[in-house]
Write a protein that binds this ligand. Structure first.
Ligand SMILES: *Cc1c(COP(=O)(O)O)cnc(C)c1O
Length: 230
């Protein structure tokens, strides 16, 4: 517990410092998403007791039992992992956010499988911002065609963009990828008359760079929970 508290305090200090250094107002909305993949329900509970409400999972099989066992109905669950077509139904029904929409087909399925009585599912489109051949995500050119169709899906709320840039040691390089994502969202908002407001970017090792470039959700795993269990 005290370890959890120390890590939680430390992350919040890093966030505060990054805000100060970037000159951003403290009113700027930033959500700390606790990435709980391969972490136990006990650790989730410990963070919940400290006030954490947003949790992110990457693997549906692992996530579903945790979601059903968790006693709290005010946790906001985010799906952030790779999505196979046959998993969209349960994702659409159990999560409030999906950060990793990387194909129009997946968006269509999530839209049709979202229960009509539920609020629209918040989604981010994953962008392959460092153009890595092995990584999923829209390229910054093909995303425009996708946006046209996805904005017509009534059970989805297109909130913004998500990226996992190629790891870089230097803050200058880290910032460059995050800035590209921010610029892309601005451009799309302009081109399509949208007001997407979410940049899901930054993890344990590069959250300062992400905040400096305008992240609104940072996804933090190991720096909050400690090393992942297998
Ligand atoms: C695992 C994961 C994270 C968290 O990574 P850490 O380095 O542990 O902070 C963030 N985003 C995604 C998409 C992940 O899969």
């Amino acid at each position: 517990m005290s370890n959890t508290r120390n890590r939680f305090d430390h992350i919040n200090q890093r966030i505060d410092q990054a805000f100060k250094a970037s000159g951003r107002s403290l009113q700027y909305p930033l959500t700390l998403l606790a990435v709980s993949k391969h972490q136990s329900l006990d650790k989730i509970e410990a963070l919940y007791q400290l006030g954490q409400r947003d949790f992110g999972e990457s693997y549906l099989q692992e996530a579903l039992p945790k979601l059903s066992k968790s006693p709290h109905n005010d946790i906001v669950w985010h799906f952030i992992g790779p999505i196979q077509s046959n998993k969209t139904k349960e994702i659409a029904q159990h999560f409030q956010w999906v950060h990793s929409v990387d194909r129009v087909k997946i968006a269509r399925r999530l839209n049709s499988q979202r229960l009509p009585e539920a609020l629209p599912l918040n989604i981010c489109l994953q962008v392959n911002i460092s153009q890595e051949t092995q990584k999923s995500g829209f390229s910054s050119t093909e995303i425009h065609t996708a946006i046209r169709e996805i904005t017509r899906l009534p059970n989805l709320a297109l909130r913004g963009l998500m990226a996992i840039p190629k790891p870089a040691q230097q803050i200058v390089q880290q910032r460059q990828a995050f800035r590209q994502l921010r610029d892309l969202m601005q451009q799309i908002n302009q081109d399509f008359g949208l007001n997407m407001d979410t940049l899901s970017m930054g993890m344990s090792n590069d959250l300062e760079a992400a905040i400096t470039e305008g992240a609104t959700i940072i996804r933090i795993g190991t720096a909050l929970f400690g090393r992942r269990e297998k």
